[in-house]
Ligand binder design. Sequence first.
Ligand code: SAH
Ligand code: MG
Length: 196
Amino acid sequence: MFNEEALTIVKEKALEDHIPIIMDDTLDVIKNILEKENPKRILEIGTAVGYSASMFAKYAPNAIIDTIELNEERYNEAKINVQKIGVEDRINLYLGNAVEILPTLNFEYDIVFIDANKGKYPVFLQEGIRLIKSEGIIIADNVLYKGYVMSDYNKHKQRTAVRHLREYIKEAMENPILESEILEVGDGIAITKVHK
Ligand code: SAH
Ligand code: MG
């Protein structure tokens, strides 16, 4: 049984704790994709406390979701949350650095959702391409990073992230097997169809 009330509590607590969970308008776009694609297996990079993974479980009732989180405290909280929400049988939580865990995975995914450290987005895209089925969709959150990615001037602090996000967008637009669009919803999302 999917516990809507538990999900609402998880969302509210995450917002209170300043955890950057997926924004509502971004989720709406993904909801449409999930309902259309009816995915069987989804990969998420960046679990946080399991909010987006639980939403995906709700919108994709036939999907198994593999999700990776680096921070042990968040991973532990996610574990409790997915149980409370009642989706623990369809969500596999991995604790560790996705850069190290991804090369060990060998499932075939219908959807890949990238939502972790921006400096590794180009690496995540390459792993996503390896793991996705032909005609599968790779979705990356925060690709416009509060407008910094499209701005000429950026503070030192953001520069590395901006450089890697630009590299991600360039690859997504220019690699001939990828067909991408960037939407200015939320913090910016890239939606990429992979023709392998
Ligand atoms: N998808 C979540 C929000 C994720 S926030 C939601 O919408 O509910 C980004 C998360 O990625 C953080 O919890 C952070 O700890 C994690 N993260 C950052 N770098 C990572 C990495 N290399 N591997 C795995 N997780 C990472
Ligand atoms: Mg995000």
